[in-house]
Design a protein around this ligand. Structure first.
Ligand code: DGJ
Length: 721
């Protein structure tokens, strides 16, 4: 479409089911977002709508007002953080973009912008998923000039927030304690996070949710942002004194990392964003449905039922032999496992974490006949087989490193700091890349492997090749390696693990199928971790394992019922020495796995909801069918309540106009008294029939629960088929 239009055809509205996004591309300048929020009426006169937003020139300011655009630029239309910064070979750093083309696409728009003086072309892609309303924004910079351009920052996208989005949830974490939510107040200035760890990180998850003061699970307008990228990033909200509040996110290059030679182009990762008028549940629902529809790529195009998984790590660590692992497989199959994953310890001479990464052939001392006997045994039991790998790493004590010390990321002659006794392989080196590709390809060709647990256990420090920053190139090389393996072995599923949850993002998830949210299998800690994780990721890809009776990472002892109930609501698995379980515990575990399989379809396709609960000592959540005909809920009592009588519990997602039969599909936990006639009836086979209005509005009176115990409830609409 040629430019110089000022008419209504330059006002573009993108609609989701409950939201509208309007781009004002009138004039030659950089277009701006004129609106993002709940759906506008179909007949809205967009010209009037946008014209009414014209701002007065502020006092003591430049003589023309320049409202923020989709690409705020330094020194011209904005004096805050720019979306693009860099410098030409002659030192020129000011960029002025004009709109040269605007292309409408089915669900979006592509803006082509030009800075003729600097020889730069910028593309901004904005798309909406009409089914979920999730926006995808990405940008690309093309150096059309004859000289190199040093790019210091290019936001994937810049989005406005209203000033009454005055609070934000940010996500903190560390190993064993990922996805912890912290609420901050947004004022003037910058709030945000920069990640320089070279992987998505435990501590700076690339997601943020902003909303009206006091927003909750079911209330308040909220806006969610997530950068689909597994390397360094910046995610920031900036509020300027003119009253504009902008969110920017993108890959964070280190000095000199991105230099575009003549005719080179740089593509940002994708910034995903969604809006919900009804609190966090609506936002998670949009992200979950979007991930299911548009991000996950399953073998054969559809998700097979998520197999209940046994993982060997906390069962035997590095102590492998055929008899031990076969015995574990026997018990795993007996209690209901459908996939068996052999974790770390099977290759090289690996008796601990000090050696052998890089030597991807079975340890002949432990596996004299290779992995085939175990794989055959596992398959004979009707389970699929998964294998742990950590392809991006090399131990200095390995044959690979001894042969190719130059294949590690380095800043020679500076020291090479190890992390978990390992270094990072330079996958930007084509020879190193080819070597690892061949090794993994051979593993997959010669063994019947259905699943890889792809681990990555250290930060990139230095994230450099010969001292030049390389995190972005390394991240793209990892993506390329996975893509290549998936193309050649399309039946293989992959789990993304990084010392627990340090690589959880939609960039890695567009090429993997499960995320390991944390090495913490302590169910009490897991409740909070899983809530934070669930803000953006659906439960079917959330690895959730029943760990040992005494947690290996916290030392805490928890009942099997609480551990299993906590795992029940994700992609359920087990990670403990099953041989040590007595008959009663095997039976109890089998019961929970059977329960998971009974509700697996609902749990892995429904809407995850959390309740706004006045009692901070517990978490109430569940999964409901989109038609609200059925829901499986959990009241997880984390600590002792401040209230002698437990406050009533609301079950979100159900329909207040319908009536539900509430039953207990699992035995009530220890210490849960059947204190009232209703509780007694609830524990009976037929359960109790209660109005949806009670369940969703005034709330249902739960029995008191001991700390670290949970009650599972099943609600079915009495009119449901
Ligand atoms: C870290 C992972 O998070 C664990 O689950 C386990 O696979 C170990 N690595 C193995 O070394």
């Amino acid at each position: 479409m040629p430019n110089r239009h000022t008419g209504p055809d330059r006002l573009i509205r993108l609609d989701g089911p409950h939201s509208t996004f309007v781009v004002d591309a009138r004039g030659d300048g950089v277009p701006r977002c004129a609106y993002w929020g709940s759906s506008l009426p179909a007949d809205t006169d967009l010209e009037t709508f946008c014209d009414a937003q014209a701002r007065p020139v502020p006092r003591n300011a430049l003589d023309a007002d320049t409202p923020p655009t989709l690409v705020p630029l330094a020194g011209f239309d904005r004096l805050g953080a720019p979306a693009l910064s860099g410098s030409c070979a002659d030192g020129r750093s000011v960029t002025a973009l004009v709109l040269t083309h605007l292309t409408r696409e089915a669900d979006g728009v592509v803006l082509a912008l030009d800075d003729a003086a600097a020889g730069l072309g910028l593309e901004v892609h904005v798309a909406i998923d009409p089914q979920t309303g999730v926006l995808s924004l990405r940008s690309a910079l093309h150096n059309r000039g004859p000289h190199p351009y040093r790019l210091d920052w290019l936001a994937a996208g810049t989005l406005p927030l209203p000033l009454d989005a005055a609070e934000a949830l940010v996500f903190d974490g560390q190993w064993n304690r990922e996805f912890h939510e912290r609420r901050i107040v947004l004022g003037q200035g910058i709030a945000g996070r920069e990640n320089r760890r070279g992987r998505t990180s435990h501590d700076a998850f690339p997601g943020l949710i902003a909303g009206q003061a006091g927003f909750g699970e079911t209330r308040g307008a909220v806006y969610g942002f997530h950068l689909g990228w597994s390397g360094n990033h910046r995610l920031a909200v900036e509020t300027d004194v003119e009253g504009a509040r902008l969110v920017q996110a993108g890959e964070l290059p280190m000095p000199g990392e991105i230099v575009l030679e003549s005719d080179e182009r740089y593509d940002t990762p994708i910034l995903y964003a969604a809006f919900s008028e009804h609190g966090l549940n609506g936002l998670s629902d949009a992200f979950h449905r979007f991930v299911r529809r548009r991000v996950l790529v399953w073998p054969n195009g559809v998700m097979a039922p998520r197999p209940v998984t046994f993982n060997s790590w906390e069962a035997v660590y590095f102590h492998h032999d055929l008899k031990t692992l076969s015995d574990l497989a026997d018990v795993a199959a007996e209690v209901g496992a459908e996939r068996f994953v052999l974790d770390d310890g099977w290759f090289g001479d690996r008796d601990d974490d000090t050696s052998s990464l890089g030597d991807w052939t079975p340890d002949h001392r432990k596996w004299p006949d290779g992995l085939t006997p175990l794989i055959d045994h596992v398959r004979g039991l009707g389970m699929s087989f998964g294998l742990w790998v950590e392809p991006e790493m090399v131990n200095p004590d390995s044959d690979l490193y001894r042969a190719h010390p130059d294949w590690a990321l380095h800043a020679d002659p500076l020291p090479r700091p190890t992390g978990r006794h390992q270094l990072v392989l330079d996958l930007t080196n084509p020879e190193a890349f080819a070597h690892i590709h061949v090794a993994l390809d051979a593993l997959l060709q010669h063994n019947r492997i259905d699943y890889l647990k792809w681990d990555m256990n250290r930060d990139l420090a230095p994230g450099t090749v010969s001292g030049r920053a390389a995190v972005g190139r390394q991240t793209r090389a990892v993506y390329a390696l996975i893509d290549r393996l998936r193309a050649d072995h399309p039946h293989v599923e992959i789990e993304s693990c990084s010392s627990g949850g340090a690589r959880a993002d939609l960039g890695i998830l567009s090429r993997t199928h499960r995320i390991w949210p944390s090495d913490c299998n302590d169910a009490l800690e897991r409740q909070t971790i899983q809530r934070g994780f669930s803000r953006f990721f659906p439960p079917e890809l959330m690895g959730a394992h029943v760990g040992p009776p005494q947690s290996h990472t916290t030392g805490r002892r928890l009942t099997l019922a609480f551990r299993a109930t906590t795992a029940l609501f994700g992609h359920m698995g087990m990670e403990l020495d099953l041989r040590t379980l007595d008959r009663a515990h095997r039976t109890e575990l089998t019961g929970f796995i059977t329960l998971h399989k009974r509700f697996r379809d609902l749990l892995h396709s429904g809407q995850r909801v959390y309740a706004d609960d006045p009692d901070e000592s517990r978490l109430t959540y569940g999964t409901v069918r989109p038609d609200a005909g059925e829901g499986l809920f959990c009241i997880a009592q984390l600590t002792t309540s401040a209230w002698r009588t437990p406050p009533t519990v609301r079950l979100p997602g159900l329909d207040p106009a319908r009536t539900y039969r509430l039953t207990l599909p699992a035995p009530p936990p220890l210490g849960c008294p059947i204190g009232t006639p209703m509780h007694a009836a609830l524990a009976e086979d037929g359960g109790v029939v209660l109005p949806g209005a009670l369940l969703t509005r005034s709330g249902f009176q739960p029995p008191p629960l001991w700390p670290a115990s949970a009650l599972v409830m099943h609600a079915v609409a009495t009119d449901a088929a």
